[in-house]
Design a protein around this ligand. Structure first.
Ligand code: NAD
Length: 358
């Protein structure tokens, strides 16, 4: 069994589905179900004994200690985090509590559990800390992409909290010998992405006839990776990564935000034309830029390719086409997320919201 934290979030739920599609090893999924956690993403696993869900906080050390002692996972894949930069700007409290203090608490619980294992299990144990390229800060237009050796220069409360958690994970390896691996990944996109983030927001707003708000001039550059490729990279690092190492994960897809929005509009023009025959591009509006907005991120993913033979399977063109298709095919999911109906669904499945929903 493996323990996955944050397995009801965007990447975590894709990972749980992918993991159980690829093999039969059970997953213990610990998630607090914040606004970003959505068990509807995992509805296809209902009745599947390989998925054990527990609603709880990674910072609840008594709960985590009990789960580790009872379930005895061979690895922890740590996704749980507050993940939205804009929210971190409006209030960083939860980011500090979960991303920093919560990760500290989880590392301590993992270490205490790891010390109880026999030598063979101890050597095989893995703590995989999932992080972001945003810890490296911003890049000049012509600067080489971030390698694992790039200095940490986080600029938002979100990236600062993730940088802190990366340092804690690193220290728990160097100081205590905990077998930690860290991945720093670029922007993900794909199914079950909460519609506060750029790609799903644009798709959902376009279809609703609402404005498509682009920050500033829209020339901010990001590297994009289809979420299933991120999942395969994490599986590969868990399987063959060297402990104490970090691996950058990216899709070799640098795009400006405006180019992303244009691509989405063009795909929707093709797949679901507007009734008035106009392009969805007519809905684009430029809004005031986000404070401290990093201009460019780019990931150099050569280490994971060289050492572990991982490469993304999707190009940006194939991945974004699948993503737009998914949102067109799953309007009830979008409605559920927007209306909060998925919370009612959780209550119906597990008795009442806020319980240890196993
Ligand atoms: P998300 O916001 O969609 O999901 C986070 C999940 O963690 C939610 O299910 C939430 O309920 C849960 N959670 C939050 N606080 C918790 C707590 N205290 N205890 C237990 N569960 C808690 O985030 P995501 O986009 O899926 O990102 C997952 C991880 O990947 C994060 O660590 C993030 O920093 C990292 N990451 C994300 C991206 C991206 O593009 N989305 C890129 C690189 C790295």
């Amino acid at each position: 069994m493996i323990l996955v934290t944050g397995g009801a979030g965007f990447i975590g739920s894709n990972f749980v589905l992918d993991w159980l599609a690829a093999g039969n090893e059970p997953v213990l999924n610990l998630d607090k179900l914040t606004y970003a956690g959505n068990l509807a993403n995992l509805a296809s696993l209902q009745g599947d004994a390989r998925h054990v869900f527990v609603q709880g906080d990674i910072g609840d050390s008594a709960l985590v200690a009990r789960l580790l002692a009872e379930r005895r996972p061979r690895a922890i894949v740590h996704f749980a985090a507050e993940s939205h930069v804009d929210r971190s700007i409006h209030g960083a409290q939860d980011f500090i509590a979960t991303n920093i203090v919560g990760t500290f608490s989880l590392l301590e619980a993992a270490r205490a559990y790891w010390l109880t294992l026999d030598e063979a299990d101890k050597a095989a144990f893995r703590f995989l800390h999932v992080s972001t390229d945003e810890v490296y800060g911003t890049l000049a237009p012509d600067a080489p992409a971030f390698t694992e050796k790039h200095a940490y220069e986080p600029n938002s409360p979100y990236s600062a909290s993730k940088a802190a958690s990366d340092h804690l994970a690193r220290a728990w390896h160097h100081t205590y010998g905990l077998p930690v691996l860290t991945t720093n990944c670029s922007n993900n996109y794909g199914p079950w992405h909460f519609p506060e983030k750029l790609i799903p927001l644009m798709i959902v707003n376009a279809l609703a006839g609402k404005p498509l708000p682009v920050y500033g001039d829209g020339q901010q550059v990001r590297d994009w990776l289809y979420v299933k490729d991120h999942c395969s990279a994490i599986r590969r690092v868990l399987e063959a990564g060297r402990t104490g190492e970090t691996y950058n994960v990216g899709g070799w897809n640098e795009k400006t935000n405006l180019a992303i929005v244009h691509t989405i509009c063009d795909l929707l023009d093709e797949m679901r034309p507007r009734p008035d025959g106009q392009s969805y591009r007519a809905q684009i509006t430029h809004v005031q830029d986000r404070p401290g907005h990093d201009r460019r991120y780019a990931i150099d993913a050569r280490k994971i390719e060289r050492e572990l033979g991982w490469r993304p399977a999707e190009t940006f063109d194939s991945g974004i086409r699948k993503t737009v298709r998914w949102y067109l095919d799953n309007p009830e999911w979008v409605q559920g997320v927007q209306s909060g109906a998925y919370r009612e669904w959780v209550a119906a499945q597990y008795g009442h919201e806020g319980a240890d929903a196993r």
